[in-house]
Ligand binder design. Structure first.
Ligand code: PRP
Length: 183
């Protein structure tokens, strides 16, 4: 029997485990400097941000609240449907709190714009965003995340939480998916 592993479908590694760990450590330090004493609510945007979120929170040396939301705009497709769907809301009341939205990737920017507006309406003390990856070339509008791990070109990236059709999230690095896998 031929065993297929996720690695077989990767054309190139963009960021190694080591590079990711170093970048996440630096981001954790920056957030600690900004949020020390503010007890921010760290919001994980499931599912893609899960690995980044956990690693980032572990690198923050201050009191934080942890909460999770789930949105979906892609389903099993390679292209965004253009409609953001809130699947799971926050459990925490964020009115008057400092909120940090943690994303894995900004592609068109639709999800981030939606979330900023949606949670901004609950009158938090502040709302800032951090995304592990940013595909700036793909943004549909003028949009900037407050913190970013790495900028990436317009290629299909998977791993470290990012999926294609629900798979590849558990790769420990960021890789470029071979086009024949999704075309
Ligand atoms: C992905 C990703 C972001 C969003 C970015 O989520 O995690 O939330 O798409 O794309 P955009 O900038 O074009 O809106 P997805 O809907 O695939 O859900 P997932 O995180 O569960 O994979």
């Amino acid at each position: 029997m031929r065993i297929t592993t996720p690695e077989n479908d990767i054309a190139e590694v963009l960021f190694t485990e080591k590079q990711i760990a170093a970048r996440v450590e630096a981001l954790g330090m920056a957030l600690t400097a900004e949020y020390g004493g503010k007890k921010p609510v760290m919001v994980c945007v499931l599912k893609g941000a899960s690995f980044f979120y956990i690693d980032l929170c572990r690198q923050m040396n201050c009191q934080i609240d942890m909460d999770f939301i789930s949105v979906s705009s892609y389903g099993a497709e390679a292209q965004s449907s253009g409609v953001v769907r809130l699947v799971k809301d926050l459990d925490t009341n964020i009115t008057g709190r400092h909120v940090v939205l943690v994303e894995d990737i900004i592609d068109s920017g639709l999800t981030l714009s939606y979330l900023r507006e949606f949670f901004g309406a609950r009158r938090p003390a502040s709302i800032r965003t951090i995304s592990f990856l940013d595909k700036t070339a793909r943004h549909a509008s003028e949009l900037k995340t407050d913190y970013c791990g790495f900028e990436v070109p317009d290629v299909f990236v998977v791993g470290y939480g990012l999926d294609y059709a629900s798979y590849y999230r558990n790769l420990p690095y960021i890789g470029v998916l071979k086009p024949e896998v999704y075309s």
